[in-house]
Write a protein of this length. Structure first.
Length: 171
């Protein structure tokens, strides 16, 4: 059995899913997968921690986002280990359900629409801008980008994407 970085995280008693390290909570104290804890987002940015498992990031850094994020290299969610991002694509209720949710980021509350396609953006570094309303995390140029799309309501890999196919803004 392979040990995953998320094995040490607490699990949601309703779903049994690991609760991401940067997840916030609802007013009743229950964990919310679609809410970010602003203090943990700031810690992830300034200390180089994974938004999913809370451990130190390594050489390759991953971000998850929709087409606009993949084109611009700007992301709201904190950076992740590549394997934590891949696990999020499979397990995160917000991503798997493909539904609209309300989210809170380091920039305050915002409506968050689930993209029709998700992109796993792998790079070496990022710049954090706490006051940027368009996305607090500015990723450096991608080493690789993988596209995922919903097929019959289930998120499926759709292949690797050339940077030029997503948008020139990533070069």
């Amino acid at each position: 059995m392979t040990v995953k970085r998320t094995d040490s995280l607490p699990c949601d008693d309703r779903t049994g899913l690991p609760i991401p390290w940067s997840a916030g909570a609802l007013a009743n104290g229950r964990p919310a997968f679609s809410v970010l804890d602003p203090e943990k987002v700031l810690a992830a940015a300034t200390k180089g921690l994974c938004g999913v498992c809370g451990q130190k990031l390594e050489y390759w850094i991953a971000f998850l986002g929709g087409p606009m994020s993949a084109r611009s290299g700007q992301f709201v969610d904190p950076p992740m280990h590549v394997e934590c991002a891949a696990q999020s694509l499979e397990l995160c209720p917000h991503i798997a359900a493909g539904s609209d949710v309300k989210a809170v980021s380091s920039n305050g509350p915002r409506a968050k629409r689930t993209p029709t396609d998700w992109f796993l953006y792998v790079c070496r570094a990022f710049v954090f801008n706490e006051g940027d309303p368009g996305g607090a995390f500015h990723a450096k140029p991608a080493k690789r980008i993988e596209r995922y799309t919903y097929v019959n309501g289930v998120l499926r890999p759709a292949g690797k994407v050339e940077q030029s196919a997503v948008g020139a803004g990533m070069n």
